[in-house]
Structures are given as C-alpha cells and as structure tokens.
Write a protein that binds this ligand. Structure first.
Ligand SMILES: *[C@@H]1O[C@H](CO)[C@@H](O)[C@H](O)[C@H]1NC(C)=O
Ligand SMILES: *[C@@H]1O[C@H](CO)[C@@H](O)[C@H](O)[C@H]1NC(C)=O
Ligand SMILES: *[C@@H]1O[C@H](CO)[C@@H](O)[C@H](O)[C@H]1NC(C)=O
Ligand SMILES: *[C@@H]1O[C@H](CO)[C@@H](O)[C@H](O)[C@H]1NC(C)=O
Length: 403
C-alpha cells in the first residue's frame, strides 16, 4: 500500500527499510536505558494478591531516602500517606513501617475497589516511582443448586449449579457417586466478578429418588480446597399398590386383615377399598390402609380391591377372598401346608415300594435256596418258609400303616 501510494517502487521500499532499522535501533537504546535504570532503581514495589475481605500489605523499598519525601497514592491517585502522615480519612489504611529503606502500609477489609496500582513515589532531586499492583480475589461460597422444574419419572431434569460472584471465574463440576456428570458451563461478567453456571440434564426414574448429586467449585483462592453443595433428587412417580393378607387359608368365623402397601411420590394420601361388582358389607372395618373383617362368613367371598392415585397416575391391587366351610376340608384345620403333606405321602409310597421290592427279591432268593437245599435235607426248609411268612407279615404291616 505504501509503495502504491508512493509510486516510487524500489526507492520507496529502501526508504521504508531504513526507517524500520532506525526505529529498531532507538527501541534497543531505550531498552538499554531502562535496564540501566532498573539496576539503579531508587524505588521497588511488590505486587500483592489478597482475598476480598483480607489484609494486604503494600511494600515500597528505597535504595536511599535520606531527607527525601515519600508519597503513597492509591489507584485513584489520591494520596494515602505523605511521609508518616495519613492523608486519606480511611481507617483501613495503616502505616506499618516507615524507615529509610522501606515503607509498609497495611490495608484491611480489602474490597474490589481497592484493586489497582499503588504508587510508591520518592521525591529527591528527581522523582522516582514504582507501582505495586494489588489484585483482589473473590473465592466462591458453597455453590447454589437450583432445579428448573420438579423432577418427574420418565422426564429430563435440569439442574443448575451457580457460583454467583467469583474472581477469577470459579470452575464448577457436577458428580454423582464420585463420577463426573458432564454439564455445560457458562460465565457472565458483571463488573470485575464472574457469575458461573454449570447446567446438567439427565432423565430420571423412581430409582433416582433420593439420589445425591454434588456440585463442587474450585478456585485459585481456595488453594486446592473445594466448596461443595449436595442436592438430593426428589423424583415424583406414579403409585404402586400391593395387598398383603394377614393369613392364607380362611374359614368361616376367622378374622382377616388386608393391608394395602402403597408407594408413590407424592405418597398418595387417600386409599380406596372396594369390592368387585358388590358393595362392602357393613361388617368390614376400614382404617386407612387396612381392611378388617372380624368374623368371616361365606358371604364375604369375593374380590377386594385397594386403589389409590396421585397426580402422576393411579394403581390398584386385587385380593380374591375364598371362605371355606370349617367342616369341608380337614387338612385346612391342621394348617400343615399341602406341600409337606404331599412330600410325606411320596416318601411313604417310596418306602412301601422299596419294601415290596426287597420282599419279592428275598422270596425269590429263598425259593432258590430252598430248591438247592432240598437235596441236602429238610432242616432248613422250615426256616425258609418262616422267613417267607415273616416277609409276608411285614408286607401286610406296611400296607396297614399306609392305609
Ligand atoms: C505487577 O503487576 C503488573 C500489572 O499486572 C505487571 O505489569 C508487573 O509486571 C508486575 N510486577 C511484578 C514485579 O511482577
Ligand atoms: C473490617 O470489617 C470488620 C467486620 O466486617 C469490622 O468489624 C471492622 O471494624 C472493619 N475494620 C475496618 C478498619 O474497617
Ligand atoms: C363383574 O361384572 C362384570 C360386568 O359388569 C362382569 O363382566 C364380570 O364377570 C363380573 N365379575 C364377577 C367376579 O362377578
Ligand atoms: C365361597 O368359596 C368357596 C370356595 O370356592 C365355596 O366353596 C363356597 O361355596 C363359596 N361361598 C359362597 C357363598 O359363594
């Protein structure tokens, strides 16, 4: 562009090159001068970082300050101290030390407005000054957790973790059971501080009710420590219902209590008992989740229903009541479960079969020995016969026992 405007082609570029070198040379000279000055610096000041509300010390060091005047100014260039005298009426600024070599001032209850460059000025034949930069950090408190809408089973929940005022911006993380939940971070600047938000979304079901979700904030001013807030998920869901009877087999005259076990969030407050196709008899006593029939009659046969609802749905369970005649079934009297009776019967049958097999086997064997011994004599004949008869007896006994 320069060349085009100049129109002088090579001459223009040569002139530019020369000018560039010249500027560079001046720059180097200035740098050297600055370095020389630094070596012989009359005033030195250290930068300070402090947490809001804390105490900052501003330190000005002098190479020599005999008989010279020291002036310390705040970032607005208002004079805080003129030598030993406080110029600004603010108790938060105190002179800690005033010597030939250094002047130290103490600022308590530091606010963000105190941030900036503090001028340490030394008036000799020349004036010298250095700037101590005060940086104020604002660490986060325990973050705030907000839920966008009431969590409902089968829906997505949106949780916001907020650190409303930090400097520099805090980092927020969500976790559940020590596993990180990926969220979306967003920061907004307001003045010198940042408001940071981390948003997570996930879908929930009834198992998530009561789960603990943690949001933690990290920040340079916390020095590795964390500020955290735990949030207990409150997930609403439709109810479930289960009827639990007080006993199994029921005869006329027995008492019966049905208990209706209900879950749901919010927990349904109203439980409705009814009877399929019929009305509940006057003898039925209802107390919330229990239905009681003090003395059953055959007329109580039927299907009993417990139902309930909350704003997310309704649920019901049925119980079929069968009332037996006390004389009709004896087994029910013993109250021994049928499975056990069946088992005992099976064992008995098995034993009988075993005995039968053994008897048959013995009789065959005895017959055989009787036949082989026949030739040797008649002595053992009677014994074998007896054994056979005994076997026959025991067989008969078993049968009797079985019957
Ligand atoms: C002090 O802070 C200022 C501004 O942030 C910076 O320019 C300067 O280099 C710092 N001085 C020292 C000694 O760190
Ligand atoms: C600093 O703050 C505390 C509490 O906020 C207060 O009691 C104290 O007087 C303050 N100090 C100065 C010097 O303002
Ligand atoms: C109840 O009534 C309905 C019709 O209203 C019928 O279909 C059903 O079989 C009845 N149930 C019983 C157990 O009587
Ligand atoms: C009740 O049920 C039992 C078993 O099914 C039956 O024996 C009895 O007759 C029934 N009683 C009435 C009144 O329905």
């Amino acid at each position: 562009m320069y060349r085009q405007r100049d129109g002088a082609g090579e001459w223009g570029s040569m002139a530019a090159g020369f000018k560039g070198n010249y500027i560079r040379a001046i720059g180097i000279l200035l740098l050297l001068a600055a370095a020389g000055r630094a070596l012989a610096q009359e005033v030195q000041a250290e930068n300070v970082t402090v947490v809001e509300g804390g105490v900052a010390e501003i330190n000005c060091k002098f190479r020599q300050n005999e008989g010279s005047t020291v002036v310390i100014q705040n970032p607005h260039r208002q004079t805080l101290f003129f030598n030993r005298d406080r110029a600004l009426k603010d108790d938060r600024f105190q002179l800690e030390e005033f010597t030939q070599k250094q002047v130290k001032i103490r600022v308590s209850n530091v606010t963000l407005e105190d941030e900036g460059g503090y001028f340490c000025q030394l008036y000799m034949e020349d004036t010298h000054h250095q700037i101590a930069t005060l940086t104020v950090l604002v660490p986060p408190d325990n973050p705030l957790v907000e839920i966008k809408e009431q969590a409902v089973e089968g829906h997505e929940v949106e949780l916001n973790c907020i650190a409303p005022r930090t400097k520099p911006a805090a980092t927020l993380r969500w976790s559940r059971d020590r596993r990180e939940l990926k969220g979306i971070s967003n920061k907004q600047e307001s003045g010198k501080t940042f408001s940071v938000t981390n948003t997570v979304k996930f879908s929930v079901d009834r198992k998530d009710n009561g789960a603990i979700i943690t949001c933690e904030a990290t920040h340079p001013a916390l020095k590795g420590q964390k500020k955290q807030t735990q949030y207990v998920l409150d997930v609403q869901y439709s109810p479930t219902v289960k009827i639990q009877p007080s006993q199994g087999v029921l005869r006329e005259g027995d008492g019966l209590t049905l208990t209706c076990g209900v879950t749901g969030n919010p927990l349904p407050s109203k439980i409705i008992w009814s009877r399929l196709n019929e009305t509940l008899s006057d003898r039925v006593e209802i107390h919330g989740d229990t239905l009681n029939i003090p003395s059953l009659s055959m007329l109580d046969n039927g299907t009993y229903i417990c139902s309930t609802s909350n704003k997310h749905g309704r649920a019901s369970d049925q119980y079929v009541l069968v009332v037996y005649d006390p004389g009709a079934i004896i087994e029910a009297h013993t109250s021994v479960p049928y499975a056990i009776i069946g088992g005992i019967l099976a064992i008995l049958v098995f034993l009988v079969i075993c005995v039968l097999i053994i008897m048959v086997w013995c009789s065959v064997r005895q017959k055989g020995s009787y036949l082989t011994h026949e030739a040797s004599g008649l002595d053992e004949h009677g014994e074998a016969r007896e054994a056979f008869l005994n076997g026959g007896d025991s067989h008969k006994r078993k049968e009797e026992f079985f019957i």
